[in-house]
Design a protein around this ligand. Structure first.
Ligand SMILES: Nc1ncnc2c1ncn2[C@@H]1O[C@H](COP(=O)(O)OP(=O)(O)OP(=O)(O)O)[C@@H](O)[C@H]1O
Length: 691
């Protein structure tokens, strides 16, 4: 079945997406694996949505197989049915998705709008945009300007009707269904205007229902605020990582928190957070930011980049004093932090709240998928540090709920993502908004584990010409604390292999990355049927469901999280011991981010990736490079593929350099974090060409 077939399904307005939260205990096992109809739901709950009804009728609940092929496979292999299969015997029956195409499609379980797939396909070969782009774009960027980005999302008028397992078990959200619906109707209605939501969405002028979700406030008690996990056995090894600083007159790195001369409250908070020692990116970035310099910093996943920018910004704010207060009509934050996903920006906010605890600095977070009025209410109570996803930020600015005149710090976390084709236009709009201080008048800070050269060039638009570039770590940026394994697994064998691996893993927390949203649902469902407690996160789930899924995963209730690339970056979840790339991403940078969800902060982790020679050969060469640079075993078969697909001149994301990313300007200083040569190379920057 081609993508067109999936597309055809989306125009049926009463369908709702099946959005699973799978837990063993919620589904008593039937002889035939008919788990879904044995939830503890009441009959009325079971009746409350056509999709659920259909879901039950169409075989999921009746002991039939989910099908012989998963959604992703079926879209690739037209008209070949009944091969493979994961169910034993008639478990979940023999009606593959591909055969019936959800043809009872008025409520198919895994239907979903397919702008994601569509975008996936479009973006796969598109410069530096990534296969998972649409996840982000729908998350925040694309939704602002459907016309601009060509969203094909349907403007359905009704949301789903509660077909979540949480609902069935009585613990979930009030509404299930198609997560993006409300947001898309509201925010995608504008013609290329990020003001669309601001202009009408929340006031109800646009077609479609409002987003009403108000996220629960985070716990206020000190223990929760400062809860943290332990650094791992390899934390001290950070000291041996090579660091490269380039640019003019970089201040010397610091060795200890004391050298940063932070105020007492900040030091107390650092201690309460369990930080006793700086990580390399902190050693270099903190003095650079304290010196007022612009910075582009590239350091391996899980190595403390968040604190590297938060601490010096807070230190400055404490020192300089803050202007915004709850008594002002117009809130004018001194600091704006943007990140590509809602979950990540929320995490950054929690870090900001932690480090500003007991100070007069107030951090606020706003992101899409939540009620706009709620975001505004948070802001008007006082806002010094505004943590935001781009779309919601632009809406709030459009609504004139914040002023930008006081912005002294602009932080782009996952900066390469923030500047690529998905978010780049939004970011450009942000810096040209009325009132936004010019780059000469603000401090701009960019952080990521990866920085493709093309993106670095774009970044020049945002940064002062004398910005400093800090690169920490080895080629490709893969964290050495992650043991990487690449297995050659064809599409048809992936599910079987996945189950085998997960059964061996037991209850250890595992993130499984797949290519598309519908596949995330599909694999999560499949795992549930295999009695593996699983939940899923992707851009088609409602925000409350995403947060619930993350919560269930964090606390271990569901030790397996099936995710799309929306969860690839930044998420810092304790005890994620394994990452499985069920589908490899399209770019090596995305791979580096995904596997970086484990092996964080000196802890060890494992990443297993299924390499399908049918579709992943383009990754062979960069994978070999990333593996060997991270001192991992490189399978002979992978080397062979890499050799046979050799592209002359290829040098991987690291462009043949020992560092994960290199400053595209010339002239570097290579330092060990233990040695603090402060001598800097002469400034080789070709400023003009970047401005
Ligand atoms: N100096 C430190 N001492 C102890 N723990 C730290 C220190 N710095 C950061 N951490 C912890 O390490 C974890 C990872 O930090 P963080 O999320 O900032 O990493 P990151 O570099 O931003 O990763 P990613 O590239 O995946 O976004 C967090 O739990 C954080 O609290």
């Amino acid at each position: 079945m081609g993508d067109e077939d999936w597309e055809a399904e989306i125009i049926k307005p009463h369908m709702s997406s099946y959005v699973p939260v799978f837990e063993k205990e919620r589904y008593s096992s039937g002889a035939n694996g008919d788990t879904f109809n044995r939830t503890p739901a009441s009959s009325s709950e079971m009746d409350d949505g056509p999709s659920r009804d259909h879901f039950m009728r169409s075989g999921f609940a009746s002991g039939r197989s989910l099908g012989n092929r998963d959604a992703g496979e079926s879209s690739k292999r037209e008209n070949t049915s009944t091969v493979g299969g994961f169910g034993v015997g008639k478990s979940f029956g023999n009606r593959g998705f591909s055969n019936n195409k959800f043809e009872e499609g008025d409520s198919s379980g895994f239907w979903r709008q397919s702008s994601n797939d569509c975008e996936d396909n479009q973006t796969r070969n598109r410069g530096f945009s990534k296969r998972g782009d649409s996840e982000y774009e729908q998350d925040e960027g694309m939704q602002r300007a459907g016309g601009l980005f060509g969203s094909r999302r349907p403007t359905l008028s009704g949301a789903g009707n509660g077909d979540t397992y949480q609902n069935r078990s009585g613990s979930g959200s009030g509404r299930g269904g198609y997560k993006g619906l409300n947001e898309e109707v509201i925010t995608g209605s504008g013609k290329n205007s990020w003001k669309s939501e601001a202009e009408g969405g929340e006031s109800g002028d646009t077609q479609g229902p409002k987003v009403t979700y108000i996220p629960p406030p985070p716990p206020e008690d000190e223990d929760s605020i400062f809860a943290h996990y332990q650094t791992g056995i390899n934390f001290d090894k950070y000291d041996t990582i090579l660091v490269e600083v380039s640019g003019h007159d970089a201040p010397p790195a610091i060795l200890t928190f004391e050298e940063a001369n932070l105020c007492q409250t900040l030091n107390n908070n650092i201690a309460k957070a369990g930080y006793t020692k700086l990580t390399p990116v902190q050693k270099y970035s903190i003095p650079i930011i304290l010196a007022g310099r612009d910075l582009m910093a590239c350091a391996q996943t899980g190595s403390g980049k968040t604190a590297a920018f938060l601490l010096p910004i807070l230190a400055h704010m404490m020192c300089d004093g803050i202007t915004a207060s709850r008594f002002k009509d117009l809130q004018e934050p001194e600091c704006i932090i943007v990140a590509p996903t809602r979950e990540l920006i929320n995490q950054i906010y929690l870090e900001a709240r932690k480090f500003s605890f007991g100070t007069c600095v107030r951090a606020v977070v706003i992101y899409g998928g939540t009620q706009l009025g709620h975001s505004i209410r948070q802001i008007v109570q006082g806002c010094n540090i505004l943590c935001a996803t781009p779309g919601r930020l632009m809406d709030i600015i459009g609504k004139e709920k914040i002023g930008l005149r006081q912005v002294k710090y602009l932080v782009l976390d996952e900066a390469d993502r923030m500047l690529d084709m998905g978010f780049g236009p939004e970011m450009r709009k942000l810096i040209s908004c009325p009132g936004m201080p010019s780059k000469e008048q603000r401090q701009t800070l960019m952080f990521s584990a990866t920085f493709p050269e093309e993106i670095q060039k774009l970044a020049g638009e945002f940064l002062k010409s004398d910005y400093l570039f800090v690169a920490v770590g080895q080629v490709g940026g893969a964290c050495r604390d992650v043991q990487q394994t690449i297995l050659q697994v064809g599409q048809y064998s992936k599910r079987e292999k996945l189950v085998e691996i997960l059964r061996n893993i037991g209850d250890e927390r595992t993130m499984v990355f797949v290519e598309t949203k519908k596949k995330a649902d599909f694999i999560a469902t499949f795992l549930c049927q295999e009695k593996i407690s699983t939940t899923s996160i992707h851009g088609d789930r409602e925000q409350r469901e995403r947060e619930q899924a993350l919560g269930d995963f964090r606390c271990g209730k569901c030790p397996v999280l099936v995710a799309t690339s929306v969860a690839a970056r930044g998420l810092d979840i304790e005890n994620v011991q394994h990452v499985i790339n069920f589908d490899l991403p399209s770019t090596i940078d995305e791979y580096v981010h995904r596997i970086g969800r484990t092996g964080r902060c000196g802890n060890t982790g494992r990443a297993i990736s299924f390499f399908d020679p049918e579709s992943d050969n383009h990754l062979a060469q960069p994978l070999v490079k990333v593996l060997s640079d991270a001192q991992q075993d490189v399978p002979a078969w992978l080397e062979e593929i890499a050799f046979s697909t050799y592209v002359p001149g290829f040098s991987g994301s690291a462009r043949g350099n020992v560092f994960a990313s290199v400053d595209t300007r010339k002239g570097k200083n290579t330092l060990n974090t233990a040695g603090f040569s402060s001598s800097q190379a002469p400034n080789p920057v070709d400023d003009e060409s970047w401005d």
